[in-house]
Design a protein around this ligand. Structure first.
Ligand SMILES: Nc1nc2c(ncn2[C@@H]2O[C@H](COP(=O)(O)OP(=O)(O)O)[C@@H](O)[C@H]2O)c(=O)[nH]1
Ligand SMILES: [Mg+2]
Length: 639
């Protein structure tokens, strides 16, 4: 288990860690010379029975609170240190506030330097401390007098700390470690250290660094200062990383080492924020702040979401708009300090690590945040019941460090359904299906002659307006279920009588077979007229109507191709261009791929030239990427 020290400078934190572990955690030359802790120190003690206590020793000077914060992230328990000689001092209070804001409710108070005070004085200190703790997460914590000089209370403190046990937080989920140090070890390479917040790391794991996105592999690892095969949540780990672009300079304190699934750097974080009661001024909208999250420390602004200011002691919703991207998950604690960094002003809990850049304070968004902030497992049910009607399952899982299978189980519990990457309440999805059918029905009634609606028109005509990617999933579902038919670019109900009439429909069925048979060199209008015994002008009229319906395309006069075949031929041209060294291809290459003779191949290419799909220079052609989709995807739609 990992214990983090806290308390005012000179109150004996480092001496106490040494008394408990035998290790002097002050490791910098300057720290030794000045006798103060500046950066984080680490000490471990093996208890001989397999158990181990790990300490993160933090500086108590107000100027180094940012370092204290980097060390306080992810620890199991706090060891608050108060000198019996001096009693409560400013950083005793600030560190305790931070412990409280981080939600650390496991801890012990050591009244140090007990050898310098009388028993009465010590009792008085203990009473003062008890009062101070009463309004914090450490309420009721044990208070133990100790002396690092005489050894008084040290053994008792050790056993009390062990009794607290590990917090067991973050045992599931993808791996995530908050980097507090990075250095190069000769012969090994880049080593990062930090506390594992969730999941586990193993040798050979592929990991990413957030926010940089650099890839790395775990070559070896230490957990709690010992070589290990695995490092678990709640342990301090040193990871020896290798990666093509990895260097000491490319990793910083504040980065996360994470499983690739969790990589989603963000600079807009929606939080529930509490301004400390001790503040004298309200917090104003857009106030600049230091933001501490995990071991990261970045500048940012507070965008208040409900009101223009927040009074001391009050809670409210806010979006933290950061100057740099960080890694964050729902439930992460955030500490805000004021711009000159002499004071902690507020604490916050992440509600949504992916805050929207716009419409962040609309009633709709606030309703969503209220749901996201609710702590229980019913979040998913409530979310699905909101106006939006769907959730992006991957994003939901990523924000909460849930594996896809866990998200799917929650969805099942919530009586929801999964379609592609989205989740819906089944009632919502059924309503959307009816909406599609009703919208098409209404359209067919008033536009009996028209073949149907193009997808985007259909989307915009529905009672409920779905975002395009969600609508796509809905429509695909309907097409697969054959409740919606695809007719060229048009969507129609199966019951919609076709505008051609039975005789022409029958003729079309035969023609379409012939158009398919020799699809790159199909018969022409006169051929169809002859083979079906229809007057040539009548056959020409029919094919024009079929072109209007989007079933065929007139590539050259009287020369019609099936629409999906045109898309296929465009894909072939694009394919040729991709394989060619300069992106140019010749008519002969195109003809060889289609095997349809020079004359027809050229007619097709000239058709592409006219539509700007290809550009011709002499014998060569290149494709225009933006124009490749105008006849739909290369393969026929799911229908
Ligand atoms: N008499 C006495 N002095 C102590 C005790 N613990 C620490 N000190 C002294 O107090 C000073 C500050 O201790 P240190 O551990 O560096 O405090 P920190 O700033 O909280 O880490 C040092 O000179 C220590 O020798 C103690 O239990 N008794
Ligand atoms: Mg110290």
């Amino acid at each position: 288990m990992i214990v983090g020290t806290a308390g005012h400078i000179d109150h004996g934190k480092t001496a106490l860690v040494k008394a408990l572990t035998g290790v002097d955690a002050d490791r910098l030359k300057e720290e030794k010379a000045r006798g103060i802790t500046i950066d984080l120190g680490y000490a471990y003690s093996d208890l001989g029975d397999g158990r181990q206590l790990g300490f993160v020793d933090v500086p108590g000077h107000e100027r180094f609170v940012h370092n204290m914060l980097a060390g306080a992230t992810g620890i199991d328990a706090a060891l608050l240190v108060v000198s019996a000689a001096e009693g409560i001092k400013p950083q005793t209070v600030e560190h305790l506030q931070i412990v409280d804001l981080l939600g650390l409710d496991r801890g012990i108070v050591a009244v140090t330097k007990a050898d310098l005070a009388s028993d009465d004085e010590i009792l008085e200190r203990m009473a003062e401390i008890e009062t101070l703790l009463a309004s914090t997460s450490l309420k009721g914590a044990e208070i133990i007098p100790v002396s690092s000089v005489t050894g008084r209370g040290i053994e008792e403190l050790k056993s009390r700390l062990l009794e607290l046990g590990e917090s067991g937080k973050g045992a599931t989920g993808f791996a995530r470690l908050a980097v507090d140090r990075c250095f190069v070890l000769p012969g090994a390479g880049v080593v990062v250290t930090g506390t594992v917040h969730a999941g586990a790391f193993q040798v050979d794991d592929r990991v990413l660094l957030t926010p940089s996105g650099l890839e790395a592999r775990v070559r070896s690892l230490h957990a709690q200062n010992r070589p290990a095969a695995i490092g678990r949540a709640g342990e301090r780990c040193a990871l020896n990383l290798t990666g093509a672009r990895l260097s000491k300079e490319s990793v910083r304190r504040g980065d996360w080492v994470i499983a690739a699934d969790l990589h989603a750097p963000t600079d807009r974080i929606d939080v529930r924020l509490k301004l400390l009661a001790a503040e004298t001024q309200p917090l104003k909208h857009w106030a600049p702040v230091h933001v501490h999250l995990g071991s990261a420390h970045v500048m940012g602004r507070v965008a208040l979401l409900d009101g223009e200011s927040l009074a001391p002691g009050r809670e409210g919703l806010a979006q933290l708009v950061l100057e740099e991207k960080v890694g964050a998950l729902a439930g992460d604690r955030v500490i805000l300090r004021e711009p000159s960094a002499t004071r902690t002003v507020a604490g916050a809990t992440v509600i949504d690590p992916f805050g929207p850049p716009r419409n962040r304070r609309t009633p709709r968004r606030l309703a969503e945040l209220a749901v996201l902030a609710s702590p229980d497992v019913s979040v998913l049910v409530k979310l699905l019941g909101l106006e939006a009607g769907f959730i992006d399952l991957a994003r939901f899982g990523q924000a909460r460090n849930l594996r896809p299978a866990e998200v799917e189980n929650l969805l099942i519990e919530a009586e929801g359904v999964k379609h592609a990457e989205f989740g819906f309440l089944s009632a919502t999805f059924e309503a959307a299906r009816r909406d599609v059918a009703d919208t098409l029905k209404t359209y067919h009634t008033t536009n009996a002659d028209a073949p149907g609606l193009q997808p985007e028109r259909l989307r915009l005509s529905m009672k409920k307006r779905w975002p395009a990617p969600v609508f796509r999933v809905l429509l695909d579902h309907e097409v697969r279920a054959k409740t919606v038919m695809v007719d060229g670019p048009y969507m129609r109900l199966p019951s919609h009588s076709l505008p051609l009439g039975t005789k022409d429909e029958a003729l079309w069925r035969k023609i379409s077979v012939e158009l398919t048979r020799d699809r790159f060199k199909p018969p022409r209008v006169r051929d169809f007229a002859d083979s079906h015994n229809v007057a040539e002008p009548d056959m020409r009229k029919l094919l024009r109507r079929l072109a209007k319906l989007g079933r065929v395309v007139e590539v050259a006069p009287d020369q019609y191709f099936l629409r999906p075949v045109v898309a296929e031929m465009i894909a072939i041209a694009a394919d040729l261009a991709r394989d060619a060294p300069n992106g140019d291809f010749t008519a002969a290459q195109f003809r060889d791929r289609l095997d349809n003779g020079r004359k027809v191949a050229i007619l097709i290419l000239e058709f592409f030239d006219r539509l700007g799909i290809t550009i011709r220079r002499g014998d060569l052609r290149r494709v225009v990427p933006a124009k490749l989709q105008q006849f739909g995807p290369a393969s026929p739609p799911a229908a």
